[in-house]
Write a protein that binds this ligand. Sequence first.
Ligand code: HEM
Length: 412
Amino acid sequence: MSSTAAPTLFTWEFATDPYPAYAWLREHAPVHRATLPSGVDAWLVTRYEDARQALADPRLSKNPVHHAEPAHARGKTGIPGERNADLMTHLLNIDPPDHTRLRRLVSKAFTPRRVALFAPRVQELTDQLIDGFAGKGEADLIHDFAFPLPIYAICDLLGVPREDQDDFRDWAGMMIRHGGGPRGGVARSVKKMRGYLAELIHRKRENPGEDLISGLIRASDHGEHLTENEAAAMAFILLFAGFETTINLIGNGMYALLRNPDQKALLQQALERGDSRLLETAVEELLRYDGPVELATWRYATRPLRIGGQDIGQGEPVLVVLAAADRDPDRFADPDRLDLGRRDNQHLGYGHGIHYCLGAPLARLEAQTALATLLTRLLDIRLAQDPADSRWRGGLIMRGLRTLPVCFTPPP
Ligand code: HEM
């Protein structure tokens, strides 16, 4: 790539491999004003230090009312449901003190200890899904595995009854298949999910359980200032933030492993020895190397400020490019190399600051369980064909594969 001409962003080639373009930006235009496919202009922040600071900068608000053109921005943020005003008041769209209050209400459910209680269920789901295709010797790891796993896991956590979970699977499938594409189907699916959540909240109020939605209702009933809309928006953001990300962590992660057989073999050997330390660093490295969240969600300057020597005007949107920051050679040695044992790996794949991923312990549990089980049950798993061509789902915020065809010798 020429060192003078700025790369063209958001094309098909870019979706397939954005990293050369990000390297150019980090070096030549680390805070770069770009016109997004939606027509909205935004500043892209690509260096690690600038990115980390911007993520924690209180002058950058998450609330779209701070966009200089709020009406223009609405519905263009890449999050399905953004046009449903009553789902807007979720964690990723609000600032303190509302953010502090709402986050406190759900954070208890996501501590590593609480999430660890969920480990047997995640293992059971993982095994059931693998049982479904193990005898065939081939599978599409996205469709048959990475897609259903997080949906069922989050539905269980929220308290969606098992018999309704396949509806969620269909709505979620619609949302991600068409994410950023035709809006009609997405809007219909969001509407159905919204209607279902309202009804479920109503049912749980009558008949509460130990699940997260019942917990949210109890909190709102005990004067913790949680409105019913806020409870629905919370359930929605947990679903939305928790499913496509996890699909892509498993999908991108397995893809990276299958393209780096030496690293995959190292991990299989460690698992065979019963040593799970490499599994833990591996999942962090896969997040750094090709994480699911390419760009952090939107931020808006509430006053004029400077990032990386660049003036940003009040009301201007800022997008922190996590995928670029996590390949910054000033922060990571040999950043384009996949090194599952990498130490000193403070990647930004889960964000940073007060909006740091709430679901990180659950995502770690799901990804570690998924990778360990796939690699120990399907020992010679390999790519059936390279899915790189046109298989990346185009979306602004997320980076992930549409399909991941693999083959393997069926286990006895
Ligand atoms: C926030 C990444 C899985 C729930 C975030 C942010 C990132 C992220 C980068 C910060 C966005 C920003 O600052 O703009 C990921 C990745 C995941 C993952 C890479 C998986 C592999 C999950 C799961 C859940 C979840 C499984 C829940 C079930 C959330 C929530 C927020 C969040 C609720 C908003 C937190 C706040 O604003 O306070 N995630 N996430 N995430 N994530 Fe995750």
